[in-house]
Design a protein around this ligand. Sequence first.
Ligand code: 8YV
Length: 319
Amino acid sequence: MTTTALPRILQIGRLPLPALEAELAARYNVTCLSDQPDPAGFLALHGAEFSGVVTTASIGLKGEVIAALPHLQVISSFGVGFDALDIDAAKARGAQVGYTPGVLNDCVADMAFALMLDVSRGIAASDRFVRRGAWTQGRFALGSRVSGKRLGIVGMGRIGEAVADRASGFRMEVGYHNRRRNPDAALQYFESLTALAGWADYLVLTVAGGPATRHMVDRAVLDALGPQGFLINVARGSVVDEAALISALAEGRIAGAGLDVFEDEPQVPAALMALDNVVLTPHTASATHETRRAMADLVLTNLASFYATGSVSVPVPGT
Ligand code: 8YV
């Protein structure tokens, strides 16, 4: 009788779903890099043993780690964003890269609306108001109506489309900005982001992170959004010039912001925490039982498919 050794998988850091870690450990010979007392020393000694990597959109995978894995053949990433993953280094190594798009569209779009409603109607702020006993002393400040307003979406991919779908129930007018006009989106297209911001009451960011979109929301865009406008970010912290956002919020040059992502996560600037016209969530737009389970299933499917056929089932485009 012959036994086949299980493929060696390097898990770069702790995964957001403990069940996924257990499922990976049952199918593969897994080592977690962040658990090693000396990760660089571990890689130098054992890097050549691994054919696979599991990581997440947040943890990513650095070129220097890929360089230490000479026999790397497959990367399976938990998440739709791959801005923290060195795709060029993966391609140069000839490794397949799988990811988990599609299954999180609904939850991320739900979160965009949750933030929009919260910051406009002061849900979290009024919860704090009730809990500190302030209701017995006076009334909570008026909010802004969401229904019927103008919604500007930045990045009309799958998540942007899911946000646009939800807008009809709120009778919102929808416009969008994208690198190119999306032929499937029968919505008003703005070639300029500043023009979209000037038109919109809510600017919702659903664009991919990375060098091409870094700080695309800058002081000029925020000033175009204006004192009645709200910024909602469920994309990446890097898309927004956070210092410019803080001054726009503090000086009342925009009305408020709902933020799920930040430039230096999990660090959130104290200046943002001090503002009451801001709602902050800890990068949890996809963090529901249902969606995280579906993402975990795709991580497993991509690996299983690679080890059975030589190809992941859902590759990052261009890999
Ligand atoms: C997750 C994400 O929070 O999919 C992405 O790109 O940013 C989020 O869904 C992330 O994958 C968990 O690390």
